[in-house]
Design a protein around this ligand. Structure first.
Ligand SMILES: Nc1ncnc2c1ncn2[C@@H]1O[C@H](COP(=O)(O)OP(=O)(O)OP(=O)(O)O)[C@@H](O)[C@H]1O
Ligand SMILES: [Mg+2]
Length: 933
């Protein structure tokens, strides 16, 4: 039935491929079953390639091939000869179930050439194998779990890349969705909600953490400031908030809640065993003012019972392995293998995580979120006390005789537990071994048999743990809710990380609740993305051919009862069975079979009287009625309460008075209060204490909150059942794409108009795109008709086609907004560049003039300096010449004087000689006298 329905849906969504589209050389997708049929007849190459997964789930799987020949026979119709890419085998097939391949992979599925199932799957697969794990489908983000660390995707630079960018401007990423929510919150002044869904292990919690990290980073980038070396936030009243910034406290709540609320399961080593809705509140300028956390339905049974290879909550292993010597003694710890609760499974470690290191982180997180030393000690005491409580075993001679503690180890465990809880050990034992009953003659104490005592012990452990978890959530909330609590807060972004759809071999009350939550969220998705969207087209008078989708209201009616018949539903029947005395689970099964047999989504297998089947939107799930009544009962046993409230430890005492499952989130609490005030008279006292009832109320509050928010969706996909990196199994992923409504949403997004804006908003934002042609700057933005006319002018100027003008809004096709935004961005950039250029020119001219002035002054000075230097030089040279001439004159005179003296002597001598010669000649002297001289 399911398969037939899916095929019909497939045909409705994608339409049939006609034979004439397949030509020789065309690349196509061939149904694997057609290939396998032939292979088994021929060489069986592909049969060997297919593995167990395909054999089990090969209903819808394809292989790539190339058409080699097309034969058209009168009887057979079109027969294709196709070469299969992976085996190079030639097969002859008809065209049924064959599809053309997309030429290239696209970042947004809406941009694909063909939107058939194999096309969508191969796009996701090709991107996944290129380590591009994110893909858009309109405004929905599909995240395929890489199952290996991808640190390059989550760096600071990556975050910066998405800062102030519109959706679609950058490659798909969880940051793009967070940025979109952040911008919409500030620009449109509307509360936002990011709904993350997917099956267990698909990556919801990781995605939620990344969204929170991005928002914290984004808020900090714009508004953070440094004070005394630490980043802080200014309160409304101007005071500076403590040592840790609020973002850090919000982020650190994650590891803390994970330690207490996550556990290893068969599908995920870090599976969240509770749902979580974190609402971050921002100030007008985007800084984080606070946050609030609401949790849903912690899986309590895990504390007392686990099956291999699963583990209990992480904190038990963290404490037993990571405690210091002092803590080991104080809490009387042993290795986890020696505690009975933990030893039920043989799994004590996590492959990729070290419990000792995780314990250090948990303690650090406790400090960061602001738990005092005393509170931290009390929390660890309770955790250790639960472990010791599990070791309290009982024995009895026979079914009806007095039950007592089994042996000395059990006595010691009880003493340890009582000491850690700071209660009287006798009171603890009495509380575990007997139950008080109110009779007309007064209260009597009835001893419990062995089974009863064991149940009482486990119930006490579960109560302690769940109350501790609620207290922790409350304590975190009290720290991070400080800002903005109680006010109306349009500036909020909620992040919902709730358990995915579950279907095991045996499904019980927990799965019923989890699947109810998923049905509700699916309906919200249907309502918003599918139905609401299409209804808007009708209201706005947009030409539109309605896309069918499967409404799950009938399934919700089956689970919760319809408005016309609120008692005829699975949960109301379980509640009723709890209310009436002595009703057994078999009675409940019979009552379900008789009362619900005509409901479309209900089936009751003949072979198993205690089972029933629900046809959920994501597939059929078989439930058992065993333990439904017990699990739905929601009260603290009076004896357990009196043990807890007698404790000398303040925190433990508080747990006894804490309202069971009282939501520690201010907003949801407020809603719960309003509701109980308005309908107090209508509620029976019982209803307020049934787990199912309380859970449904929580879901209702969540739905009410979500309906006030603008939702954004992240759909997480697990690529293969074994959580192996790099493997992408078509049929396995296809089931998830159907269950998450991605395929229908792609179709609607493609055919539809994902962007809509009122005319005035549109004109206000994009008037500049056609300013010169239309003088749009001067239009009156309050005049509807004027805005509408201008809208058309802008779109015509931008050559955008295919849009539709609604009665009040403009409807744009996918991708058109990105074109407008890109053009607007370019224009703003150009304008900004122009303004900057003018500014820079003005500054440059001023600087030039100033520089010029100074240059002249400097030149003057320099030239004066140089002139003076030259004059000095000339003066020096002249002086040198003078000195030289004086010196040379002096030397010449000296020389002259010497010459003159010699000449004079020579002259005198020559005169004397001449005179003597004359004397000789005249005979006055003889020649001898002459020679004597
Ligand atoms: N983006 C990612 N990058 C790297 N590893 C991832 C990413 N998302 C998920 N994982 C891996 O997958 C595991 C499971 O993811 P996660 O715990 O978020 O699943 P979940 O959908 O919250 O499952 P559950 O419903 O059981 O809580 C993580 O522990 C991590 O190892
Ligand atoms: Mg999770």
């Amino acid at each position: 039935m399911q398969q037939q329905q899916q095929q019909q849906e497939q045909q409705q969504i994608f339409g049939r491929q006609t034979a004439d589209v397949f030509h020789v050389g065309a690349k196509i997708w061939v149904p694997r079953r057609s290939v396998r049929r032939q292979s088994s007849r021929s060489d069986g190459v592909l049969a060997a390639a297919s593995n167990a997964i395909f054999r089990n789930t090969a209903l819808r799987d394809w292989v790539a091939g190339v058409v080699k020949r097309v034969d058209v026979g009168e009887v057979e119709g079109v027969i294709l000869t196709v070469e299969i890419a992976e085996s190079k085998q030639l097969v002859r097939i008809d065209t049924e179930g064959c599809y053309l391949q997309n030429e290239e992979d696209v970042a947004d599925l809406v941009d694909s050439d063909f939107l058939h199932e194999p096309g969508v799957l191969s796009t996701l697969k090709v991107r996944y194998q290129k380590a591009e794990i994110y893909t858009f489908s309109g405004t929905i983000l599909i995240a395929v779990n890489p199952h290996k660390p991808c640190p390059h995707l989550y760096t600071q630079q990556q975050m910066n890349l998405y800062h102030s960018k519109t959706l679609g401007e950058q490659p798909p990423h969880v940051y793009a969705i967070a940025e979109h929510a952040f911008q919409s919150m500030l620009i449109e002044n509307q509360r936002q909600a990011i709904l993350i869904s997917g099956e267990s292990g698909a990556g919801k919690t990781e995605s939620a953490k990344m969204v929170m990290q991005y928002l914290a980073h984004r808020a900090k980038q714009d508004n953070g400031f440094i004070k005394n070396g630490e980043c802080g936030r200014m309160h409304n009243n101007g005071s500076f908030q403590g040592a840790r910034p609020i973002e850090e406290q919000v982020l650190e709540s994650n590891p803390l809640l994970e330690a207490f609320g996550n556990a290893k399961t068969m599908r995920n080593n870090n599976s969240s065993r509770f749902g979580k809705f974190v609402e971050m509140s921002f100030g007008d300028y985007g800084f984080v003012r606070g946050a609030s956390i609401a949790v849903f339905l912690l899986e309590r049974s895990r504390v007392v019972s686990i099956n291999p290879p699963e583990r209990s909550y992480h904190i038990f292993y963290q404490l037993t392995k990571g405690a210091t010597q002092h803590q080991q003694q104080k809490y009387r710890l042993k290795p986890p293998e020696q505690f009975r609760y933990l030893a039920q499974s043989n799994s004590f470690s996590l492959g990729d995580r070290d419990d000792v290191e995780e314990f250090r982180k948990t303690m650090e997180a406790m400090r960061i979120v602001g738990l005092t030393e005393l509170e931290q000690d009390s929390v660890l005491r309770i955790v250790a006390a639960i472990l010791h409580l599990g070791d309290v075993t009982f024995s009895a001679e026979d079914q009806d005789s007095q039950t007592h503690l089994a042996n000395e180890q059990a006595e010691q465990a009880a003493r340890n537990c009582a000491d850690l809880l700071e209660v009287d050990v006798e009171l603890l034992k009495k509380g575990l071994l007997s139950r008080s009953i109110d009779t007309p003659h007064g209260r009597i104490h009835k001893p419990l048999n062995k089974f009863g005592a064991e149940e009482s012990r486990d119930a006490f452990s579960k109560t302690l743990y769940s109350q501790l978890f609620e207290w922790l959530v409350g304590a975190i909330n009290r720290k991070i809710q400080m800002l903005g609590s109680g006010e109306r807060r349009p500036h909020t972004i909620g992040i919902l990380d709730i358990y995915g759809f579950e279907s095991f071999e045996s499904n019980s009350f927990e799965q019923l609740c989890i699947n109810l939550a998923n049905e509700r969220l699916q309906q919200q998705f249907n309502h918003h993305v599918l139905q609401g969207e299409q209804q808007q087209y009708i209201n706005e008078g947009i030409k539109w051919s309605y896309v069918e989708f499967i409404d799950n209201q009938d399934c919700l009616d089956l689970l919760e009862g319809s408005k016309s018949n609120p008692r005829q539903g699975i949960f109301p029947l379980i509640d009723e069975a709890c209310r009436l005395p002595n009703v057994t689970n078999s009675d409940l099964a019979i009552s379900m079979r008789t009362q619900l047999k005509n409901m479309t989504r209900f089936e009751s297998p003949k072979r198993d009287q205690s089972a029933f089947t629900i046809d959920h939107y994501a597939g059929q799930v078989h439930y058992t009625t065993d333990q439904l009544i017990e699990k739905n009962r929601d009260y603290i046993v009076e004896e357990h309460k009196s043990i807890i409230t007698s404790s000398a430890n303040e925190l433990i005492r508080k747990l006894g008075f804490q309202q069971i499952g009282g939501n520690q989130n201010a907003e949801l609490n407020k809603r719960a209060l309003q509701r109980s005030n308005s309908s107090r008279s209508a509620q029976s006292a019982f209803k307020l204490t049934s787990v199912g009832y309380r859970f449904r109320r929580q879901l209702q509050d969540l739905s009410d909150t979500l309906s006030e928010c603008q939702p954004l969706y992240i759909r997480c996909i697990k690529p293969n059942p074994q959580s192996q990196p790099g493997e992408f199994v078509f049929p396995f992923v296809l089931g998830q794409l159907h269950a998450l409504g991605v395929l229908v949403a792609v179709r609607i997004a493609c055919a539809g108009f994902p962007t809509r804006k009122t005319y005035s908003t549109f004109v206000k934002r994009y008037y500049m795109l056609a300013r010169q042609q239309t003088k749009l700057k001067n239009i009156n933005q309050n005049d509807f008709n004027e805005c509408k006319t201008c809208t058309v002018k802008i779109l015509q100027h931008m050559e955008i086609e295919g849009f539709q003008m609604g009665k009040t809004k403009l409807f744009l096709r996918a991708g058109q907004l990105a074109i407008l935004e890109a053009a607007r961005g370019r224009l703003l950039n150009i304008s900004a560049t122009r303004i900057q250029a003018c500014c820079k020119r003005h500054q440059a001219v001023k600087r030039y003039q100033l520089v010029k002035h100074y240059i002249v002054v400097i030149q003057c000075c320099y030239r004066g300096f140089k002139g003076r230097q030259l004059a000095q030089q000339i003066r020096k040279e002249r002086a040198a010449l003078t000195i030289q001439s004086c010196y040379k004159g002096y030397v010449a005179r000296q020389k002259y004087r010497r010459i003159i003296s010699a000449v004079r002597i020579q002259r005198a001598f020559r005169r004397y000689q001449t005179n003597f010669c004359l004397a000789i000649i005249s005979g006055q002297q003889t020649c001898d006298f002459f020679f004597q001289l």
